[in-house]
Design a protein around this ligand. Structure first.
Ligand SMILES: [Zn+2]
Length: 216
């Protein structure tokens, strides 16, 4: 089927049409230049300043391979990429230091005492020791602090890190296969469940320093 336009049958603009188009253009300019509206469409990124802490034993123990030391850097990058792609949250380095004494088992309270007055938003520490005296624990999160046991697999370590950092944004465990917030992380788990996605976005711009007056 063909549509033909007859000669002279075009649409003629009246003064009212021109005025209507002018008002629509004015509204579009107003909407596009409105900061709140554009932020709703494309919310700004949140940057979380990270103090990277490595247990001194990691660099002195010959049984820890160079690959495992490399995994510290790559797992933070993997977790940061995951958070940036999923929530617009980027982990950036603020400081880097050694944890001289994580014996006999690494725990949050001892770590925070060892690195008191830390200016960063969160602390991510890597250890070769048991965490809080538990053999099977590969990561823990509390009081703006994450401790992760070094692992041979950077991807699993990155997922563990993403899981623990998510707890700092108040994410909770879900008993659902394939989810990063499953209590027991497996290699196949790499998705965010809808509940935790909403919780993390809600806390995206949280102030990590609101309890700074509480001294460890
Ligand atoms: Zn957990």
């Amino acid at each position: 089927m063909k549509i033909r336009f007859k000669h002279g049958a075009g649409w003629r603009l009246t003064c009212r049409d021109v005025f209507g188009i002018f008002i629509i253009c004015l509204l579009l300019v107003f909407i596009c230049s409105d900061k709140n509206f554009s932020e709703t469409l494309n919310p700004p990124k949140a940057y979380v300043k990270v103090d990277r802490v490595a247990s001194f034993k990691i660099v002195t123990d010959p049984s820890v391979s160079e690959d495992q030391i490399d995994n510290i850097v790559s797992s933070i990058r993997l977790a940061s990429d995951n958070f940036e792609n999923s929530f617009g949250i980027r982990l950036i380095y603020c400081d880097s230091e050694f944890w001289p004494n994580d014996e006999p088992s690494a725990n949050v309270l001892t770590l925070r005492k060892d690195i008191a007055n830390n200016p960063c938003d969160i602390v991510i520490a890597f250890t070769t020791r048991q965490i809080s005296g538990n053999v099977s624990t590969i990561g823990i999160a509390a009081a703006e602090t994450v401790i992760v046991r070094v692992h041979k697999d950077a991807r699993l370590q990155g997922l563990t890190l993403a899981h623990e950092v998510a707890h700092l944004f108040w994410a909770v465990h879900v008993d659902k296969d394939g989810m990063i917030m499953s209590p027991e992380l497996k290699m196949t788990e790499n998705s965010w469940d809808e509940l935790n996605r909403r919780i993390i976005i809600l806390n995206k711009y949280q102030n990590f320093h609101k309890y700074d007056f509480l001294r460890f």
